[in-house]
Design a protein around this ligand. Structure first.
Ligand code: ZN
Length: 90
């Protein structure tokens, strides 16, 4: 579980996501499948809010160790976009 405190938490992961450009599939709001198109590796990222704090987790090795990986960075970008679309439609 990774706590998303600020953009700085994900800064290097975002940089890596921009290089790797993984595919993000939305399973449902808050649950994403991230695929590395080069290797075909697929991981599940979940985003949730608890007590006003944002958390994310990833099934990859780094994610299991609580490190912000690029899968989380990619999924969080999709999550934020989805959240703003939902907010706009209500
Ligand atoms: Zn990961």
């Amino acid at each position: 579980m990774i706590q998303l405190t600020s953009a700085a938490t994900l800064e290097s992961a975002i940089r890596k996501a921009r290089t790797v450009k993984p595919r993000v599939h939305v399973n449902c709001f808050g649950r994403y499948t991230v695929t590395n198109k080069q290797t075909g590796a697929t991981y599940t990222v979940t985003c949730e809010k608890r007590d006003g704090k944002r958390f994310a987790s990833c099934t990859c090795r780094a994610g299991e160790l609580g490190r912000a990986c690029y899968h989380v960075a990619a999924a969080v970008a999709a999550h934020i976009q989805l959240a703003s679309e939902r907010a706009a439609s209500h």
